[in-house]
Design a protein around this ligand. Structure first.
Ligand code: IMO
Ligand code: MG
Length: 429
């Protein structure tokens, strides 16, 4: 399986970090392909518990080449902090590379994200306030600075000064914001980040590295951030992120041609969560009393912002949409253990004749029709095989296969690496 992609099938937080860390045991290259430090990939392994925002989740395998790809926007301050933390906890990063094409998040991006969010309650998205919308806007508007610009210090300084002036006018005149640090101060800060980053990571044309790996038939894993329903084109727009979280986005964020992808794993949480403003449509949201139980049990709080996640039933409609859009070849169902003890489990039925591309359309899709399944009581977190799961839990997983027409290959029953069941014979649904 030379190229495998790991993609969140819902609204993020599906457990992509855990699945990537698990699969990275057999990989040569792991590349984070999209998003920014809005992502929070939680990993628990022999080194402890980590929440990675930028560094690929393959970093724990010292043999793996870990790459931050061209589709990622990098806040150098956050990246440095993450690397320093990894070092302090005994994790090596000598094989960490970063694409020269990755964009840099600048202080004005973070400010603009905040100011835009505060400007109207009605249009508030509930972003992570990491500067994601503004940095990707600047990327497409061609007003960005890229990691590769660090390699030519004098050019970096010049472009920085031009962009600073532009943003200063925007902030002062439009947003009436007067506290932007001086050009010299931010520049000094970024030149400092530059020095530190150059000493920690190689800035490379990462597409060349992956092409070489492809030629040598090495195993490559593309780690997606966010989830399909947060994709800027196909997600629940405008309540989305600003990058492409689909398979196509992962190809674009890595330089791997679509024809070279062999396996596309959709990561599906056994229920649904979403985080952000209350404006965001969430057709299968559970009543708060049940949501609260699940939230506490499963620690459903944002890994990046600490916000409580909203919780809902599995949504067959969105899962089918997600599977079609990405051509999943298999699924990894995560957090199945957290459903134990719920008497009746509901799954919203699919109805794919409608593709809801507008905000009104997403809202219109309420309410869902549900299939009701009996739940199970047994704690399944120590089961050692799929067959050892209670019959009804097995059926729940098989029901997901029927909904999506994609085989479930992995079932995660806890956060630890070894709490992962593989369905070896991988039956066709
Ligand atoms: P991982 O990779 C969950 C959500 C934010 C907000 C919307 C837009 O951990 O699955 P942004 O800051 O991107 O402009 O916010 O998208 N969001 C995520 N939700 N997991 C993520 O990443 C997310 N990244 C962004 O909460 O609703
Ligand atoms: Mg997250």
């Amino acid at each position: 399986m030379p190229v495998t992609a790991v993609i969140g099938a819902q609204w993020g937080d599906e457990g992509k970090g855990k699945i990537t860390d698990y699969l990275a045991q057999n990989m040569d290259v792991v590349l984070r392909a999209n998003g920014a430090d809005n992502a929070g990939h939680t990993i628990i392994n022999e080194y402890g518990e980590f929440k990675l925002h930028l560094v690929p989740s393959g970093i724990f395998n010292p043999e793996v080449i870990s790459i931050i790809g061209s589709g990622v926007a990098v806040n150098p301050k956050i990246l440095i902090k993450e690397i320093v933390e990894l070092h302090s906890r005994g994790v090596e990063t000598k094989n960490l590379k970063i694409s020269s094409r990755a964009h840099l998040i600048m202080p004005w991006h973070i400010l603009l994200d905040e100011l835009q969010e505060k400007s109207s309650k009605e249009n508030e998205i509930g972003t992570t306030r990491r500067g994601v919308g503004p940095v990707f806007s600047d990327k497409t508007a061609r007003f960005g600075l890229r990691v590769g610009d660090f390699l030519q210090k004098e050019n970096f300084k010049k472009r920085f000064q031009t962009l600073y002036k532009m943003k200063e006018i925007l902030l002062r005149k439009v947003y009436k914001f007067k506290d932007l640090a001086s050009c010299e101060e931010i520049l000094r800060q970024y030149l400092e980040y530059r020095e530190i980053l150059l000493s920690y990571v190689d800035i490379v044309e990462s597409e060349i590295l992956v092409w070489e790996a492809l030629e040598e038939n090495k195993n490559i894993l593309l780690e997606g951030a966010q989830g399909v329903l947060l994709d800027v084109d196909f997600g629940t727009y405008p309540y989305v992120t600003s990058s492409n979280c689909t398979l196509a986005g992962l190809c674009q964020g890595s330089g791997i041609p679509p024809t070279k992808i062999n396996e596309v794993i959709g990561v599906v949480k056994a229920y649904t969560t979403r985080v952000g403003s209350k404006n965001q449509p969430f057709p299968t949201e559970m009543p708060e009393n049940l949501a609260k139980t699940l939230r506490e049990r499963a620690r459903e709080y944002g890994a990046t912002t600490g916000r409580p996640r909203r919780i809902g039933w599995l949504d067959g409609y969105f899962l089918q949409f997600s599977a079609k859009l990405n051509g999943f070849t298999s699924l990894a169902v995560t957090r199945l253990d957290n459903l134990a003890g719920i008497e009746i489990l509901k799954i919203a039925n699919p109805f794919l004749e409608k593709s809801p591309e507008t905000k009104a359309g997403w809202l219109e899709n309420k309410p869902r029709q549900y299939t009701r399944l009996f739940g199970w009581d047994k704690d399944i977190s120590n089961c050692e095989s799929f067959e050892e799961l209670p019959f009804i839990a097995q059926f729940y997983v098989k029901f997901i296969e029927i909904l999506t027409n994609v085989p479930v290959k992995y079932v995660s029953i806890g956060p630890e690496r070894n709490q992962t069941l593989i369905r070896a014979q991988n039956l066709k649904p």
